[in-house]
Design a protein around this ligand. Sequence first.
Ligand SMILES: [Zn+2]
Ligand SMILES: [Zn+2]
Length: 676
Amino acid sequence: MLRGMLHYYSVFLDHQLFDGLNLNTLIRGYKMKYFDIKNTILLIAAIPIALISSSCTSSDDAATTSTTATSTTSDDTTTTGTTTDTQSSVSTPANFATILSETISPTLTPTIKTSVANLDRVLIKYSSSYVHLDNSTYAVGINSTISTYNDVFLKTFQLISQSSEECYRLDSEKHSNWSLDYNTSTMRLELNDTFGYTRDTNSSYLCFTFPSMNTMKATKRYTFSTSNNSYSEDTSFSAKYVEYDTSNAWPELSSSSSAITVYDSGLDVAIPTGMNPSGASMVTNERVAWTSSNADNLSDHNFYGTKLYTDTHSSYQSQIAAAGDNASTATAAATMLSAIKTDLEAVGSSLRYTKAVYTAFRNALLKTTLTGETIVGGSVGQNTAPYVFFTNEKDDSGTMHPFMVIASYSIQDRPNRLLDVTTPPGDGSGGYGESSVTRDALLGSFLYKIPLKDYGEVSTVGDNVMTTDSSGDGQNLADDAGDANYNVYSWASINTVGIAVDGVEIYPLFNNVLLASVEKGEVTQSGIHVGQGMGLHWHGDGHAANGNKMNIYNLRDYVGYDHPPLIGFGNDGVALYGKYEDDYSSMDGFSTEIDDFGGHEHDGYNYHYHAHTMESSVLNALTGYGGSLSYTVAVLMKGAWAGLINDIPEFWNGDKPNGGSGNKYGGHKDYATYTP
Ligand SMILES: [Zn+2]
Ligand SMILES: [Zn+2]
């Protein structure tokens, strides 16, 4: 038992370190290095060093070992990318703004609750209506409509237990950084910024109880102090009931009470077994104060305003003249993509996929906007990835290396539900028990470069050189952990491995002690969390884990299509699609086996990945990592790239793959030379 606990403990320590990488890359590294000439020169200088050093490191051993390691469970570790891609119609998942507007079917039938507990999500009912937020002003009123997801989210509040006080803060489900308070003049209930960027000394929240489950009473109030960045009790507040004021038509605090009952909407967003297979219970650690994490407001970021435009070579500026979904930038991007295709084919090379694939991904990214007050510094309606453009540069020997460049904040467009994570990464301030834990998502700034050219696929794990990082212990998880078991999970970047269709980074399935990160209750029901850099990143596939809910893709995205939806790209340029569903067995490739890298090719689709599930016993046998839990692992990306990366220029930015800084292939004006 003690041994088990120590092991468990070490996981968290290490995961803190692992996610600590975000702190530099997400918050400091990129923002300071972005378009920084000195660092760009260092980066360019580092690339040949990395390639040269690969010939005298363990890459050959890696290939040998991987064959041995994987042969126990599979007879095929190779990939075969030979198909000429002919995809003409490519589907992408509905984003959250679309889902919010959709009618919930079957119709919800809320059930009355007879007790409440920490983290419950509730509807607060008066007469035949529910307490409701206005969608634009966030004013608190009541109405009875619960037909769309938006209706329900604006009426749902999550009860957050206030330690020993036996009362609950009520956070909005849609605007989860804001909580219920009241106007001290009118007494009306109101929503207040309690954990967002604009909270200040006026930020307060009420702490409620539900006596006999037929009244609602605010027993305490807490107010924020900017001097110590925490809440303390407002001792001038005296307990009051919630009453519906019929003359003003609003709920308010009063000495008398209305009959108020609490309901469960029936919308299930519980953490599925696959995201917490050990049934770890909720830790009680303090929430990290994001004020310690260099959080910034949107208007302070590089992608806000014209900085990216002015720093980009004039040949590409027409593609980024406006943020988000825009007809003229779309036309410019289509023109460039056509030129790239023509130029590649003229020299006997090719795009990995048809133009339709890249265009679909670009459109989906640019149409994704933040739907709630869920990101510290974020602004409702902002793009999660404001710019996507195509570059068409040649290296010094005249070889073309076109890229899809994506400017992204790496934020979800929907509620993150980080308060539901049972055992989030800690802040590294000591042992896990003494650490504060990460429950807030900040704005990141990333410029990803996804290669458009088909660089081919690896033959086996280890073919991709990723052995030397800045600290000398490997850019892959295995070497970083000092483990020589090289396989498709451990021969993975210690950092990002791809980007999802919502603009959020995808991390490997494994954490840095070679355990499936979904196994320790570290992620939300959708498979995401933040590290101590407070940047969101995917570790698992919520759709695969919990079925048809409100995930990055859902069953609704399968209807009427020939193949699961396009949900991301690996940094190697290989596309990522949703998992195959048994109810859609006539889809292209349904019967074509997924290889060890999680990919396959079929029916004119060049080699591509699929999210997928596997039994933990298979994972244990393959990797020998010693996990003993029996559960279904919901894999978004395994980790090892099947696409060959060795010939991709400026692939690494230190330990971070494709992390953009001011460079030629990112289209920076000081380095790019393309003229149409
Ligand atoms: Zn993580
Ligand atoms: Zn497929």
